[in-house]
Design a protein around this ligand. Structure first.
Ligand SMILES: C[S@@+](CC[C@H](N)C(=O)[O-])C[C@H]1O[C@@H](n2cnc3c(N)ncnc32)[C@H](O)[C@@H]1O
Length: 231
């Protein structure tokens, strides 16, 4: 990984903001990811994220924290938060923003236990592929203290396969429709493509129950997105 995402976050943090990140996927064209959005305040967060932050309690793990906006808010509320990410730039930014406990770490290498685990901004993306879902859910379950909870958001992206007359062009002979290749570029450099998983609620619920986690729908967003609570 070249860590262009982290480079962009660091540029913004250090006052060198000139360009946004450009993303695209295997089924969609270029889209702009505005850097200021990654530094959003509570008031600018989508309602799913606000709800997740309101439900967070006890000791908290923010997985894939990025610039640490959720961790920062919770820390300011007096909660104990640990923010992890695989991007060195992201972790440097978290430290610069004053997050006390932040670590360069892959989710699967985490071993502490928590009352609340947050995975936000399409949190299921980190699982990459449907075939890895059980492995990640079992690991997340092992990081929960008694009565702990996992708060995770995602979207059912079936709508992206809808054609003009309302039919769907999903090829049922290929992989799950929410498995996308994700491309990112920043300042004329292109990141190594990664896999990113969007998951419909029923698939998440079924997989969670299979590994012994209860899964409830907390709230739906405005555009096929949802927040789920696993416990
Ligand atoms: C879409 S960004 C979300 C950032 C942040 N949660 C937010 O809402 O602004 C996803 C983040 O997850 C991180 N990430 C991806 N895979 C990860 C893994 N296996 N373990 C920890 N972090 C990961 C990426 O480096 C990136 O910072």
């Amino acid at each position: 990984m070249k860590d262009l995402f982290g480079t962009a976050l660091l540029d913004y943090q250090k006052g060198h903001y000139t360009e946004d990140i450009i993303t695209s996927t295997s089924i969609s064209d270029d889209d702009i990811l505005p850097l200021p959005y990654l530094f959003r305040d509570y008031k600018d967060m989508p309602k799913l994220e606000k709800k997740a932050l309101n439900l967070a309690k006890g000791t908290i793990l923010d997985v894939g924290c990025g610039a640490g906006s959720h961790s920062l808010y919770l820390q300011k509320q007096g909660l104990k938060v640990k923010a992890i990410d695989i991007s060195q730039g992201a972790i440097d930014v978290c430290a610069l923003r004053g997050i006390k406990n932040t670590e360069l770490k892959h989710l699967l290498d985490e071993t502490d236990t928590f009352d609340t685990i947050l995975l936000l901004m399409n949190g299921t993306g980190i699982f990459q592929e449907l075939s890895q879902l059980s492995k990640y859910l079992i690991h997340l379950k092992s990081l929960l203290k008694p009565n702990g909870q996992i708060l995770i958001d995602s979207s059912d992206i079936k709508y992206m396969y809808e054609d003009e007359d309302g039919g769907f062009w999903i090829d049922t002979n290929t992989n799950y429709y929410g498995e996308l290749d994700y491309f990112l570029s920043y300042k004329d450099e292109t990141e190594i493509p990664l896999k990113w998983l969007y998951l419909d609620f029923n698939t998440l619920k079924f997989a969670s129950e299979t590994v012994g986690l209860q899964c409830e729908l907390v709230v739906e967003g405005d555009h096929f997105d949802y927040l789920a609570r696993l416990s």
